[in-house]
Design a protein around this ligand. Structure first.
Ligand code: GDP
Length: 457
């Protein structure tokens, strides 16, 4: 007994509290495996009709724990593909604690490991790896767009695409192998050209799927925006202003000379991670400050978007250390607009300095003036990066690298004159593609396709 799921551990029946933090109105305790029925029989008999909620006294015969709903989902029509039982009880710690203890006392039952229910669902073919990932994304989603993206992926949007490509790839491979294995047979002419045509089409489709600039990954993990600028320009004040929203979560990332503060914002449904960085000092600062600046710039370099905050009191002077790192794509903000009486009297009196190409805004972190405009610009720029209108691209680096391997192998197959080598490349491509969904047994699929191919001839 390894306690792991997989061929071995799958023989064990697992249980866990599937609902959230306690105390809560209701807690759901789920049981999956061949002894799930036994768990109901032991703790809440009789076993209800499949998929019908039944109100039962729950607990060992001698010691009632609670009254609650019991559900019975026989395999394979369950979330995990195994026999599943659900106990809906009051979400009190003592209630759930007693139920969990009682389940632990039922023969063959053990507590589930993290993700084990979903893992079993994958092993039993109820979902593929992309759908399992989407379950995790759904639970972690903080914004509406993240939730929608997870829902689409959970519904099989990526699986269908990758499985479709894979099926075409394996069919192309079967044709190529037929050519190799039965050269004397009366195969229709032009099969090699047909294979090349199909492979080229796949290369094109994979390329355009990959070519979303990482938009789907950004949508999933949030667009990273770094705040840069001289000390005392009001970077922290602005961050705090922007963070003063219900959806904001402020976290401190340790390990930098000055903690880099990260705030998660929900901008028009889009997740944005805003990073405050150490000020860019003119004198370079002491050793520690210099290190802080180096890290700030490094961090800003990995951001998707940079917000440069300047002190409006000093307008139009851009301190040299900041000017040196500004780029055309940066969003530039002059802060402390409240100090500019001239701006209040005549906004046109303060014009944008000519050197800046990106959007330039006037805000006041103190009064909140200009903040809605800044949020709109950030939402628009971040939204553009996440390409909201585009179809669902690869949502994880794991998908991207497997797709790149697939494309490389297909491109090799097209370039080679040797049919045997091309076949091997197609095999490599099919395996790489199968890694994304978890279907990697090319031989098995090939057998199936090949059998059909021969019967048809
Ligand atoms: P940072 O070093 O860039 O993070 O700057 P801080 O946010 O710490 O602000 C530096 C100083 O400027 C503080 O004394 C703030 O109170 C002040 N400050 C920040 N924003 C504004 C603003 O919009 N108007 C005015 N008048 N003062 C501000």
């Amino acid at each position: 007994m390894t306690g792991k799921s997989g061929r071995d551990g799958a023989s064990h029946t697992i249980f866990a509290v599937s609902s959230g933090a306690m105390p809560s109105g209701v807690a759901v305790v789920r049981v999956s495996g061949r002894s799930a029925r036994r768990a109901i029989a032991a703790l809440a008999p009789p076993v209800p009709e499949p998929r019908r909620a039944a109100l039962r006294r729950i607990g060992p015969a001698s010691d009632a724990i609670d009254r609650g709903l019991v559900l019975w989902f026989p395999a394979p029509g369950s979330a995990t593909g195994e026999d599943v039982a659900e106990f809906h009880v009051h979400g009190g710690r003592a209630v759930v604690g007693a139920l969990v203890d009682a389940l632990g006392g039922v023969a063959d039952l053990r507590p589930a490991e993290p993700g084990e229910f979903t893992r079993r669902a994958v092993l039993n073919g109820r979902m593929d790896l992309t759908e399992a990932e989407a379950v995790a994304d759904m639970v972690a989603a903080e914004t509406a767009l993240q939730r929608r993206q997870a829902l689409r992926q959970m519904g099989g949007a990526l699986r269908e695409r990758y499985d479709g490509w894979r099926a075409r790839l394996v069919a192309a491979l079967a044709h190529l192998e037929a050519d190799l294995d039965f050269p004397d047979e009366d195969l229709p002419p032009g099969i090699a050209a047909g294979v090349a045509f199909e492979v080229a089409a796949l290369v094109d489709e994979i390329a355009s799927h990959l070519d979303d600039g990482g938009a789907a990954e950004r949508l999933r993990s949030g667009v990273a925006v770094a705040i840069l600028g001289p000390p005392n320009a009001g970077k922290s004040s602005l961050l705090n202003r922007l963070a003063r929203r219900p959806a904001a979560i402020v976290s401190h990332i340790a390990g930098t000379t000055r903690d880099v503060v990260e705030v998660h914002l929900d901008l028009a449904g889009l997740a944005v991670a805003l990073w405050d960085t150490a000020g860019l000092r003119e004198d370079g600062g002491d050793e520690i400050e210099a290190e802080g600046m180096r890290r700030s710039l490094e961090r800003a370099g990995s951001a998707d978007l940079r917000l440069v905050v300047l002190d409006g009191a000093g307008w139009p002077e851009v301190p040299a250390a900041t000017a040196a790192v500004m780029a055309a794509a940066d969003v530039v903000v002059w802060n402390k607009a409240d100090l500019r009486a001239d701006l209040r009297a005549d906004p046109g009196a303060v014009a944008d300095p000519p050197a800046m190409e990106g959007p330039v805004l006037w805000v006041s972190a103190l009064t909140g003036a200009g903040l809605p405009e800044l949020e709109a610009v950030l939402a628009e720029r971040a939204g553009g990066l996440a390409a909201l209108a585009a179809g669902l691209g690869p949502t994880r680096t794991r998908h991207r690298s497997a797709l790149e391997d697939t494309r490389a192998a297909l491109t090799r197959a097209l370039a080679t004159a040797e049919a045997e080598l091309a076949a091997e490349d197609l095999r490599v491509a099919a395996t790489a593609l199968g890694r994304i969904t978890g279907r990697i047994d090319v031989e098995e699929l090939l057998d199936a396709v090949f059998a059909e191919f021969c019967i048809g001839k």
